[in-house]
Design a protein around this ligand. Structure first.
Ligand SMILES: [Zn+2]
Length: 511
């Protein structure tokens, strides 16, 4: 029917110590409005901006991660418009000489990898926050002056899903670089979407005028709003509406609750902002000033998510999906690698005369790696969910987690017991050795004790025992299960089975 043409403009709130042009803390205290302000970020006459070096470095790190060119020369400009959230009557931004130019980000679709080109990345300051109550509007300047990077893509995205994948990958990179928490719901990552469509009509190609959609605060909203707007454009064009004659782009909003596009205002043309150079900030020329060491920034970049994903998949025998989950947070990927290296060290410490370190690892790796990935992805994630916790607060150390995996690997605990053990480690952060010695977890492998447990189960389940003795062998599993439960999962499963068989098989064998 039609093809999407989508470009994105993304704002990321940077994680600096202070604001973009003043020494106020970069901290959003929403409970105390106007508590984190100064003459600069409230636009008092005569106040002068000072550029935040860390913000420059973070923008450059982002550019280097996105295959962009770092400009040798760049400057700041005033973007003029009149609105109450902007105390100076202009926003300090970058116009014709941004700090970063070009670049691209590869995104992985289900059957191909696509290169999405970037136009530019520039720095600017955030505006104040308005809140409306009745006839009044209140202004909180705490947000005013918080450093933002704006990333502008070329119109290379071809579907709402691609837009979502692009944003998720960008979010992940920002988090790996630790330059922004990039949480869309908290407004740390904001996205404006430009969309139009092309289609064939009467043997000619039609391209509709561009719409900019604002107020998108989740990946889902981006995806859904794009779908709705493209359909709206198509239907309006086919019906011969205003869109057929329109020049220039319009701005619309997205109402998440009603799932509706709301046409708000006609966008001002780019010249309406009357950009001109910010006279209070000098032109930056790195060839002369040498104020930022780009090579240092380049060499301190972390391994990027896409590279780490591929490495995890390759060297840890993971599926694409498993590698994606384990690298979806840098802290989790670091944790996983640490656990694996602990396991390697443990294997090597085992006394084996004939094998080299490499041979030992090759022999055991497959099963160990499978245990690590499945216990993190299935059980640890489950615990995070049920305890409303996240990886940052994880009390289990990689060393301890590795010891836990070894217990399972050596069949020293049953599956159910392992789950309990992990939960205890999760809650208390205690060493696995310590927990396993405690009353609740202590292994029952004393024959007399197990015989007692077994006898009780037999007494309680005479019918079942009879059924077993009459040839329904499957019943044994049920009986073992009951005994396991009675021992609070602490009984040695092998011994339990042996004693059961010895006690109840007699009659069956006699027949
Ligand atoms: Zn300030």
């Amino acid at each position: 029917m039609f093809k999407f043409i989508i470009g994105l403009e993304i704002h990321l709130e940077l994680k600096t110590k202070t604001k973009m042009f003043c020494f106020c803390e970069n901290k959003l205290d929403l409970s105390h409005p106007n508590s984190n302000i100064c003459p600069v970020c409230t636009g008092q006459p005569g106040a002068l901006p000072v550029v935040n070096r860390l913000a420059l470095e973070q923008a450059i790190s982002l550019g280097l991660s996105l295959n962009s060119r770092v400009a040798e020369k760049f400057k700041f400009d005033r973007k003029n418009y009149f609105y109450p959230d902007l105390p100076k009557g202009y926003q300090i931004s970058q116009y014709d000489h941004p700090i970063i130019a070009g670049g691209y980000l590869d995104i992985d679709l289900s059957n191909e990898r696509r290169k999405i080109r970037l136009n530019r990345i520039h720095l600017e300051e955030d505006t104040a926050k308005l809140s409306h109550s009745g006839d009044n509007t209140l202004i909180d300047f705490n947000r005013s002056g918080i450093p933002l990077v704006e990333i502008v893509t070329e119109p290379d995205l071809k579907s709402p899903e691609e837009a979502k994948i692009f944003l998720q990958e960008l979010q992940l990179i920002a988090r790996y670089l630790n330059i922004s928490d990039a949480d869309m719901e908290k407004g740390q990552m904001r996205c404006d979407v430009n969309v139009n469509i092309s289609f064939d009509k009467d043997e000619r190609e039609i391209k509709t005028p561009i719409t900019e959609i604002k107020n998108l605060n989740s990946f889902k909203a981006v995806e859904r709003a794009l779908g709705f707007e493209a359909n709206r454009q198509y239907e309006e064009y086919i019906a011969g509406g205003e869109i057929v004659r329109r020049q220039g782009k319009i701005t619309v909003g997205w109402d998440e609750n009603k799932e509706k596009i709301i046409v708000q205002r006609i966008k001002e043309g780019i010249t309406d902002y009357r950009y001109f150079p910010e006279p209070d900030i000098p032109f930056f020329d790195s060839t002369v000033d040498n104020f930022i060491n780009i090579n240092n920034l380049r060499s301190s970049l972390p391994e990027l998510p896409c590279i780490r994903r591929e490495r995890f998949e390759r060297s840890y025998d993971l599926s694409k999906e498993e590698a994606k989950i384990l690298t979806s947070q840098k802290i989790m990927a670091d944790f996983t690698e640490h656990v694996v290296s602990e396991l390697k060290a443990w294997l090597i410490s085992l006394e084996t005369v004939e094998d080299s370190e490499q041979e030992i690892w090759t022999k055991h790796r497959s099963k160990l790696l499978k245990l690590v990935s499945s216990w993190i992805i299935n059980r640890l994630f489950y615990l995070f969910q049920t305890h409303h916790e996240n990886f940052e607060n994880l009390k289990i150390t990689p060393e301890n987690f590795a010891e836990f995996i070894i217990l399972i690997y050596e069949n020293k605990v049953s599956g159910t017991m392992a789950q309990k053990l992990l939960e205890e480690m999760f809650i208390t952060g205690a060493d696995v050795d310590k927990i396993i010695q405690s009353e609740d977890f202590k292994r029952v492998d004393n024959t007399t004790e197990i015989e007692n447990i077994v006898q009780k189960v037999i007494d309680k389940n005479a019918e079942m025992v009879k059924a077993y003795q009459n040839g329904r062998i499957n019943v044994l599993q049920f009986l073992i299960g009951q005994a396991m439960k009675d021992s609070k999962d602490r009984a040695d499963p092998k011994l339990l089975k042996q004693i059961f068989e010895a006690k109840i098989s007699v009659k069956y064998i006699e027949q």
